[in-house]
Ligand binder design. Structure first.
Ligand code: ADP
Ligand code: MN
Ligand code: MN
Ligand code: MN
Ligand code: MN
Length: 335
């Protein structure tokens, strides 16, 4: 007997990478082996030397196919087994290892928007829906668009064993959020990429597409972010490390370095309106949803917990945001 392994990888599309996948049939009991693909079709190689390597790094049950079928997330390598430049996971590995003793964990809030054709799901064919106000965590067919897809996606993620911690409807019609974590840097990122693949794959069955575009509707509509909640063991135990982390993120060229790597179209979303801080002004504060970094109110009261970096765009690469935050905050906390 055989089973199906869906090999998933991140391609080289600029400025925002896309997910790709293909199927390998394996004999019962077989380990998913290293595999290959045509890098010239994924913006990862030239035609004259196009072979790239898929190195399995994370696997889980495939909730779409069911049975013994599995999903296999891969790193992309050159044929000499060195990481391809598009392989941002390889850059996270040594940083996560270096600071593992501080026990960093992340919970990432993934916002996204469903589209039916060229319009956000719930937008009429002509003109616009009622302005924002009633959609966030709403209920009823006048406010909610795509719930059956969202529920199916959540069930699929849980069946795959991914560490989802919640879902909610967002501020714009057709816009939703799921949260992954708290988990270690590599785990939260691997789970996030597979959860994204399952989002596209689940919505496909409904003839709907999902986008991580940071500003999917122009005008007075909220953008889509990926608030990144972060703590180390010391932050979970005391307040001074919380402040140290907030200050480290604002030190020197750090605000610019981070924001430049927080996803495509950051200036269009971090305008200072719609619950954002301007992209070029760093700030932090308790309960402040207009700050770059928020200290949740319970954390301000209990004097321990975690911080929320509100800047990352929905289309951020979790391997990149977790690497930068661990590097910046854990280096400062080490001192
Ligand atoms: P918001 O009020 O910003 O919408 P959410 O409930 O959507 O908050 O998301 C909060 C996230 O914070 C969750 O993903 C949760 O797992 C994460 N989180 C909770 N505690 C911690 C912690 N100590 N360290 C890191 N992340 C945490
Ligand atoms: Mn072929
Ligand atoms: Mn949230
Ligand atoms: Mn949100
Ligand atoms: Mn948030």
């Amino acid at each position: 007997m055989t089973f199906k392994a869906e090999y998933i990888w991140i391609d080289g599309t600029e400025p925002t990478a896309k997910l790709r996948s293909k199927t390998k049939i394996l004999a019962d009991g077989a380990e998913p082996p290293v595999w290959g693909f045509d890098g010239s079709s994924t913006n990862q190689a030239q035609g004259h030397s196009s072979d790239l390597v898929l190195q399995p790094v994370f696997r889980c049950p495939d909730p779409i196919r069911g049975g013994d079928h599995i999903l296999v997330l891969c790193e992309v390598l050159h044929t000499d087994m060195t990481p391809h430049p598009s392989n941002t996971r390889a850059l996270l590995r040594p940083v996560a290892e270096k600071f593992a003793g501080q026990e960093p964990v992340f919970g990432i809030e993934q916002e996204y928007t469903f589209f039916a054709g060229s319009r956000p799901l719930g937008f009429p064919e002509n003109g616009y829906p009622a302005p924002q106000g009633g959609y966030y965590c709403g209920v009823g067919a006048d406010e909610i668009f795509g719930r059956e897809i969202v529920e199916k996606h959540l069930d699929n993620c849980l069946a795959a064993g991914l560490g989802l911690s919640g879902i909610n409807a967002e501020v714009m019609p057709g816009q939703w959020e799921f949260q992954v974590g708290p988990l270690s840097p590599l785990e939260v990122s691997d789970h996030m990429w597979v959860a994204r693949w399952l989002l596209y794959r689940t919505a496909e069955e409904f003839g709907v597409s999902a986008t991580l575009d940071a500003k999917p509707a122009k005008g007075d509509w909220n953008g889509a972010g990926a608030h990144t909640n972060f703590s180390t063991r010391a932050m979970r135990e005391g307040y001074e490390p919380i402040i140290t982390a907030c200050e480290a993120l604002g030190d020197g060229d750090k605000p610019l370095v981070h924001v430049k790597n927080y996803g495509t179209g950051i200036e269009a979303r971090l305008t200072g309106l719609h619950e954002t801080a301007p992209w070029n002004e760093y700030s932090y504060g308790v309960s402040d949803r207009g700050a770059s970094v928020r200290i949740p109110w319970q954390v301000g009261v209990e004097k321990k917990g975690y911080i929320e970096d509100r800047r990352p765009n929905a289309n951020v690469d979790p391997y990149v945001v977790t690497r930068l935050m661990v590097d910046t905050c854990c280096s400062a906390l080490e001192k």
